[in-house]
Design a binder for this molecule. Structure first.
Ligand SMILES: CC(C)(COP(=O)(O)OP(=O)(O)OC[C@H]1O[C@@H](n2cnc3c(N)ncnc32)[C@H](O)[C@@H]1OP(=O)(O)O)[C@@H](O)C(=O)NCCC(=O)NCCS
Length: 305
């Protein structure tokens, strides 16, 4: 969906969206497609690229806020679709736009504790289903998508560290205020994203820069040693602000927000996929991944790819 299509739906312009967010287009799932469909496609690509068979996977984690159904989890649906019948654990992680780094952190803990060897970590969302398409403050920002990675236990350094944070005091700045336990009737009325954009913007820039510093310090490395920043793709101005604080030029920052919009938990693995497949990110390079989302939740991962 191009920005120009949104001009027909709400009082906005292509120019406003580009200038304020960097977004040019986003993808919207077909009516018949669910989050698990997107997760399955991304997972199959990741499994092919990793050169493993699905039955080697002994943990499936899906980061999502837009599950197909209340339960089972998307991870259980996905495990079945992929034909994994080894009874290994599968569960969803819900940390909105920080979901992928949260899922990576959980997966890393399982591997480091010796409880998993081959983990499928997916970020998948159909945010279009929780948007008010009459609210220009939000509907121009988000898109649907999925990305996936396979982690395998190894003696080589892969994930150096993950750093996860939350501060629930800010729940009302970015939320879908209704849900199952608050009643289905209300859910019909308000089950869409509501956001106080400029406040979210300020917090995102400040927390992302804090967590970047925390990650560098924890690993005793200087920002000049980072090869790539792979940030959550919410807004080009937030991405540029974070890059500036890390003294990184935009050549070393993976930016896909122009083509995907904000795909929440899917945005980091989608960006990673683009830059790995086009040959920019190479084996052995140091990557800083970081995300920020509703909750607020935020976090980072330092990786040798
Ligand atoms: C949403 C966001 C792009 C708005 O940009 P901004 O520069 O903060 O703009 P403001 O909210 O101050 O609004 C400026 C004006 O544009 C208007 N506006 C808002 N959305 C608009 C749209 N889609 N088209 C045209 N005008 C719009 C506002 O109504 C406001 O008008 P006013 O000055 O007459 O009141 C920006 O705040 C943002 O990206 N926030 C973070 C969002 C985010 O990342 N959320 C997810 C985190 S995971």
């Amino acid at each position: 969906m191009e920005n120009t299509e949104l001009e027909q739906m709400v009082d906005t312009t292509d120019q406003w969206i580009r200038e304020r967010t960097g977004i040019e287009r986003r993808h919207i799932a077909a009516e018949s497609q669910t989050t698990c469909d997107l997760a399955e496609a991304a997972s199959r690509h990741a499994i092919d690229m990793a050169g493993i068979s699905a039955d080697q996977i002994d943990l499936v984690i899906v980061a999502t806020t837009t599950a197909d159904c209340v339960f089972p989890s998307v991870a259980c649906l996905l495990q079945n679709r992929l034909g994994i019948t080894n009874a290994s654990p599968a569960f969803d992680v819900q940390a909105v736009c920080a979901g992928f780094v949260y899922a990576l952190g959980v997966a890393d803990s399982f591997v480091k504790a010796g409880n998993a060897k081959t983990v499928l970590v997916v970020g998948a969302e159909t945010f279009s289903r929780i948007l008010n398409w009459e609210d220009r403050n939000t509907c121009v920002l988000f898109g649907d998508g999925a990305g996936a990675v396979v982690l395998t236990a190894s003696d080589e350094p892969g994930i150096h560290s993950t750093h996860l944070h939350a501060d629930g005091r800010y729940e009302e700045l970015l939320h879908v205020p209704e849900g199952v336990s608050r009643g289905y009737a209300e859910m019909q009325q308000q089950a869409y994203v509501q956001m106080r954009g400029s406040e979210v913007f300020r917090m995102a820039v400040s927390k992302l820069s804090e967590v970047a510093d925390e990650t560098l310090q924890a690993n005793g490395i200087d920002k000049s040693e980072l090869d790539w920043l792979v940030p959550h793709q919410a807004n080009l101005r937030i991405i540029k602000g974070t890059a500036r604080k890390l003294a990184m030029t935009m050549e070393n920052v993976v930016v896909t927000v122009q083509d995907h919009g904000n795909t929440s938990a899917a945005s980091i693995p989608l960006a990673l996929d683009v830059a790995v497949r086009d040959g920019r990110i190479k084996a052995g390079e140091k990557l800083l991944l970081e995300g920020f989302g509703g909750g607020f939740t935020w976090g980072s991962a330092l990786i040798t790819f």
